[in-house]
Design a protein around this ligand. Structure first.
Ligand code: CA
Length: 234
């Protein structure tokens, strides 16, 4: 089994050592540093599979670190999970906009930490682990300027292929199969099966944000139905 590597960037020593200890016990290769500068240096030297990145860091803060990691080819595809203070919604949005895949609010439990790390790694590596293969017999969906090919796990927008994670693909397929139907977050979770079950409804919002961004102008077909969930535009 390949052991995934995780870089922990956190200035609070208690949290840093607890997170590192927990992940090492789970079998991850862990490097930990206390500042953004050290984090960038470490990631450049040995790009990790995942970075757990504290938002509030002295010096170069988490958002700046996140943007710089995304801008470098060797870490552009690295999973990034932000650590944020509880209830700082503006920070969470800023983190996701800066390219983070997910976030964990402090204080968090050991189980939440492990579940989010696993989910983020799985989404970055759709071929690894437990990803469920779609049945090859399932039909090709054509809607608006999109073509969704479940058997090939392929999405075309205006004939251009779009790179989606395994989970984003399943969310899109679920919505696009029934245009105009409103899906609750819980229904979307059920559609994508085990992938997100360890995390919360909010994980669906994270997937939708990523999906819309990658679809570009076609992202507008993924509509938010306030207070209910999401639907694919008819
Ligand atoms: Ca901090």
């Amino acid at each position: 089994m390949v052991r995934n590597s995780v870089l922990v960037v956190e200035d609070e020593e208690d949290i840093r050592s607890l997170v590192s200890y927990t992940l090492r016990k789970e079998g991850y290769q862990v490097a930990d540093v206390a500042s953004g500068e050290e984090g960038l240096a470490s990631a450049e030297l040995r790009p990790p599979d995942l970075v757990l990145l504290d938002l509030m860091l002295p010096g170069v803060d988490g958002l700046a670190v996140c943007r710089r990691l995304r801008s470098k080819p060797q870490t552009a595809g690295t999973a990034i999970v932000m650590l944020t203070a509880k209830g700082e919604e503006a920070d969470i949005v800023a983190g996701l906009n800066a390219g983070a895949n997910d976030y964990i609010t402090k204080p968090f439990s050991r189980n939440v930490l492990i579940a989010r790390v696993r989910a983020a790694l799985r989404n970055m590596n759709p071929d690894a682990g437990t990803a469920r293969e779609p049945e090859a017999s399932e039909g090709v969906l054509r809607i608006h300027n999109l073509v969704i090919h479940p058997g090939k796990h392929l999405v075309l927008v205006d004939d251009q292929p779009i790179e989606l994670s395994a989970t984003e693909f399943r969310v899109l397929r679920a919505l696009a199969r029934k245009p105009g139907w409103v899906f609750t977050r819980q229904q979307i979770l059920e559609e994508v099966h085990g992938d997100l079950c360890a995390v919360t409804d909010r994980a669906v919002d994270v997937q939708i944000v990523g999906l819309r961004k990658k679809l570009g102008p076609a992202g507008r077909y993924v509509e938010t139905v306030r207070g209910v969930g999401y639907r694919f535009k008819e």
